[in-house]
Ligand binder design. Structure first.
Ligand SMILES: Nc1nc2c(ncn2[C@@H]2O[C@H](COP(=O)(O)OP(=O)(O)OP(=O)(O)O)[C@@H](O)[C@H]2O)c(=O)[nH]1
Ligand SMILES: C[S@@+](CC[C@H](N)C(=O)[O-])C[C@H]1O[C@@H](n2cnc3c(N)ncnc32)[C@H](O)[C@@H]1O
Ligand code: SF4
Ligand code: SF4
Length: 342
């Protein structure tokens, strides 16, 4: 039998994080909860089972793990979920991690659905967060309600306003969905430009089972870009947020259009990130099941065991995802995006 050789972990000189493919890891995404107050159709099934609270990492454990990552060269941390702002001590965590901003950490940031942003925007800014990403798949109340299964778009728009009033820069995330919001993309870009916000479009990824076939809603962003170029003056922009988006400058405005195209423009060769779930699993790739258990490591062996587990995860980090959104392909992995926070 032909057995592919396991990737050889690079020597971790100075303790910095380099994966088995030689990619430096600088970006930690922390899912602080798998729960959410919305049920976006492309992200979750209608009926979801969430983790019991007893399975979750305590705030102190998340903070210790995050601090260890920063000590080993991570410069960007993003809090995500589920919906990060539904976790009761999320702001305490933001304050704790915010202490590292400027002291090893370049950026502490957050991806949110915006429903609870109005209540937390000022506290986020006070914690050292400078910009956030807010998911908004439609500004149309009925379509927003349909996509999220029950959401109220007014809450999100208020949240965005509050965030900007608190001095946070807001980038809008929009997953392109065929036959739902794809016709709204030019209007969303017009609005973003008018409001001086960046807009990032995202291709839907096959994580977890949802209603229907993902192929029915998949829109290649290559096609969207061609259409947008008929209407907007778009010039390639070298901006690098440390995330997966490739950017275009929208002429006549300060707005950038970001494209996250895992299917039509694979960016895995430049991957710089890993993901910690709310129960302490460290996933080395969004598209694979490989993970290590940092909850067991920190509880049984402390930070030395955490280091060892991180090294094992990085040594085995896959080179790329194998996403397939052709009809009948099914999900690449059983877990939904809400588990790892995107
Ligand atoms: N395939 C893949 N998708 C990713 C990866 N990182 C982020 N995404 C997707 O990109 C989308 C937007 O992610 P965000 O939470 O806004 O984070 P980001 O794109 O890193 O944000 P910026 O810091 O603003 O660049 C989500 O749907 C994520 O699932 C990745 O490593 N691989
Ligand atoms: C999982 S959510 C978590 C944070 C927060 N609840 C939110 O919606 O912003 C993070 C990002 O992943 C995106 N997302 C969720 N499921 C996706 C999928 N199957 N394919 C592509 N993006 C997805 C969301 O639109 C959102 O921008
Ligand atoms: S995309 Fe975000 S807001 Fe929507 S269901 Fe998933 S976790 Fe919740
Ligand atoms: S799919 Fe995996 S390898 Fe590719 S960019 Fe995302 S996390 Fe990195």
């Amino acid at each position: 039998m032909d057995v592919a050789p396991a990737p050889i972990p690079r020597p971790l000189t100075d303790g910095r994080l380099v994966d088995g493919q030689g990619r430096a890891i600088r970006y930690l995404r922390i899912s602080v909860t798998d729960r959410c107050d919305l049920r976006c159709r492309y992200c979750m099934a209608e009926e979801m089972t969430f983790l019991p609270r007893s399975a979750l990492l305590a705030l102190e454990e998340i903070a210790l793990i995050a601090e260890r990552f920063v000590a080993r060269g991570v410069t960007k941390i993003r809090l995500t979920g589920g919906e990060p702002l539904v976790r009761r001590d999320a702001m305490d965590l933001a304050r704790r991690l915010g202490r590292m901003v400027g002291a090893g950490l370049d950026e502490l940031t957050l991806t949110t659905n915006g429903t609870r942003l109005a209540d937390h925007a000022q506290a986020l800014a006070d914690a050292g967060v400078q910009r956030i990403n807010v998911s908004l798949d439609s500004r149309d109340p009925e379509l927003f309600r349909f996509v999220t299964r029950h959401g109220d778009v007014a809450q999100v728009l208020n949240g965005i306003e509050a965030a900007r009033a608190a001095g946070l820069r807001v980038k809008i995330n929009m997953v392109a969905l065929k036959g739902l919001n794809d016709a709204e993309i030019p209007a969303m870009l017009d609005w973003a430009a008018q409001e001086d916000m960046d807009l990032t479009l995202i291709e839907t990824m096959p994580l977890g089972r949802i209603e229907g076939d993902r192929a029915d809603r998949f829109v290649p962003l290559t096609t969207v870009l061609d259409a947008l170029r008929q209407r907007f003056d778009l010039a390639p922009d070298r901006h690098d947020s440390g995330g997966p988006a490739r950017y275009w400058r929208v002429g006549g405005s300060g707005t950038r259009l970001g494209l996250i195209s895992p299917l039509t423009g694979n960016f895995c060769a430049t991957c710089n990130r890993v993901r910690l779930t709310t129960e302490g699993k460290l996933y080395s790739c969004l598209g694979h099941d490989d993970h290590v258990d940092l909850r067991a490591a920190i509880r049984d062996g402390g930070l030395a065991a955490v280091d060892e587990a991180i090294d094992a995860a990085l040594g085995a980090k896959p080179a790329r995802h194998e996403f397939d959104v052709t009809r009948g392909a099914g999900p690449a992995v059983a877990r939904h995006m809400s588990v790892t926070g995107g």
